[in-house]
Design a protein around this ligand. Structure first.
Ligand code: ADP
Ligand code: 5GP
Length: 213
């Protein structure tokens, strides 16, 4: 009997996580990465000024607008967009390196970037919602990272971001943090169990089960 088992390459999974500013995306993703092995965060480039608690290369690569534009022209970004008045972009080589090496990569990007990524690569889109507008506003203020004008701008952009929830595979309300984190982990576990992701690791078993007809 001629047995043929398809062997897809064991590429990492690309996770695209978006949310209105202040919904808790970065906090949830940080906790997720601490608990789930084999996942790493893509460090974006931005023209935004660093917040007091942020450092170069850990939260972002902070660059000037002129350098950002040069990088766009050189094709260095897989996607890029203007968000809340600043430019943000995802490094093309960094994404490719992680996926080819079989590592899962999380992109924390806005809906415009998510749309660009979806057109280019297979990915899993997760959109995080705050439990209410008031709570979102409270979180933006409690974070204490942005000026009043920046907070107003981000609240103003809430509707535009939420309008694109239909472009994502999973919607998650971040009300109670631990519950939201568990749901996020459940999504990760379920996707990792999809056929295309488990097949590469099952080749030996499948061959042995199919042998001898
Ligand atoms: P985002 O990355 O979506 O802009 P952050 O992760 O920076 O948002 O979270 C904004 C603020 O809300 C932070 O101060 C964070 O500690 C807080 N936060 C996140 N999730 C929750 C939650 N479930 N309940 C209460 N506060 C939260
Ligand atoms: P913040 O300034 O609060 O770090 O991020 C503001 C917004 O920019 C968030 O919605 C965040 O997801 C988005 N963002 C961060 N990095 C990127 C990126 O590389 N590309 C795109 N398109 N958006 C990004």
């Amino acid at each position: 009997m001629n047995v043929k088992v398809l062997t897809p390459p064991a590429r990492g999974i690309l996770w695209v996580v978006a949310a209105p500013s202040g919904a808790g995306k970065s906090t949830l993703v940080k906790a997720l990465l601490e608990q789930e092995p084999g996942m790493e965060l893509s460090i974006s480039y931005t023209t935004r000024r660093p917040r007091p608690a942020e450092s170069e290369g850990r939260h972002y690569h902070f660059i000037e607008r002129s350098e950002f534009e040069q990088r766009v022209a050189a094709g260095a970004f897989l996607e890029h967009a203007e968000v809340h008045g600043n430019l943000y972009g995802t490094s093309h080589p960094a994404v490719e390196q992680a996926l080819v090496a079989g590592r899962d990569l999380v992109l924390e990007i806005d809906w415009q970037g998510a749309r660009q990524i979806r057109a280019l690569l297979p990915c899993v889109g997760i959109f995080i919602l705050p439990p209410s507008r008031d709570e979102l506003e409270r979180r933006l203020r409690v974070r204490g990272a942005d000026s009043e004008a920046v907070i107003e701008c981000r609240l103003h952009n809430l509707r535009e971001e939420v309008r694109h929830t239909g472009e994502f595979d999973y919607l998650l309300v971040n009300d109670r943090f631990e519950e939201a984190l568990e749901k996020l982990r459940s999504i990760v576990h379920a996707v990792r169990l999809q056929r295309d992701h488990v097949l590469p690791g099952l080749q030996t078993l499948l061959h042995s089960l199919l042998k001898g007809g």
